[in-house]
Design a protein around this ligand. Structure first.
Ligand code: C5P
Length: 221
């Protein structure tokens, strides 16, 4: 039997949104569907990788039983799981849309409606990708995503460098059919040498395949 290209490679993938609780019934979330991350996990598994998938609240299901799925809710939960699993993997692809801010305090009871407005104080969450970038060992490959609306390439390159990534996948909300919820995406891959490849609009499975091909190249380095 021919060995698959990612045979024996342990890969961590994050997918979906996070929900940040305001009180027992409400949360702050985002429009991430989890489709891109699940497509990536499936594609990695089909290429032979041993995949752990940390997923926020999403309706997606994996194609392969071999994928180890860990469900989380908040950015803090995701950080904890990532810190636990990152040391043992060869590569990590962070596709999740992690909340950048979370309520400073969570009300134990449902907040009642009253006259006037309501202010919710927010505090910053820990940047998981940046934290993993600081912990990255020689040989580990770290991939991040950037969803931008303006100055796309400049912001993506800044992130790649600031977070010590090996590859950043840029998608722009300005491209029709790209980004959140769609079954398609249009991405540009930028590596540490600032080598840039722009792909056409494709379905997320095909986009996942393009990312996997690049990841295989980076793992060989
Ligand atoms: O800087 P920005 O949040 O736009 O970077 C996006 C990338 O960082 C994504 O890969 C996302 O998964 C990751 N991220 C993270 N933790 C956060 C915010 C973003 O890991 N708190």
């Amino acid at each position: 039997k021919k060995k698959l290209p990612l045979y024996n490679q342990k890969i961590l993938v994050t997918a979906g949104p996070t929900y940040e609780a305001i009180d027992p019934v409400r949360f702050i979330g985002n429009h991430s569907s989890g489709k891109m991350g699940f497509a990536l996990a499936d594609e990695l598994a089909s290429l032979g990788a041993d995949v752990t998938l940390i997923a926020g609240p999403t309706a997606q299901v994996s194609k392969y039983q071999s994928i180890k799925r860990i469900n989380i809710t908040s950015a803090a939960d995701m950080l904890q799981q990532c810190l636990e699993h990152f040391p043992a993997v060869n590569a990590c692809v962070m596709c999740a849309a992690v909340a950048d801010y979370t309520p400073a305090t969570v009300s134990a009871q449902k907040i009642k409606k009253h006259d006037g407005g309501l202010n919710i104080e927010l505090k910053k969450t820990t940047d998981i990708l940046k934290t993993l970038g600081q912990q990255k060992r020689e040989g580990q490959v770290l991939v991040g995503f950037a969803l931008e609306t303006n100055n796309e390439e400049q912001y993506a390159i800044e992130k790649l460098q600031k977070k010590n990534l090996d590859l950043i996948v840029l998608n722009s909300l300005n491209d029709a059919g790209a980004g959140f919820k769609n079954d398609t995406n249009k991405v540009t891959l930028i590596d540490r040498d600032l080598h840039k490849t722009t792909f056409e609009l494709k379905n997320k499975t095909e986009v996942a395949h393009d990312i996997c091909i690049k990841l295989i190249e980076l793992l060989k380095k």
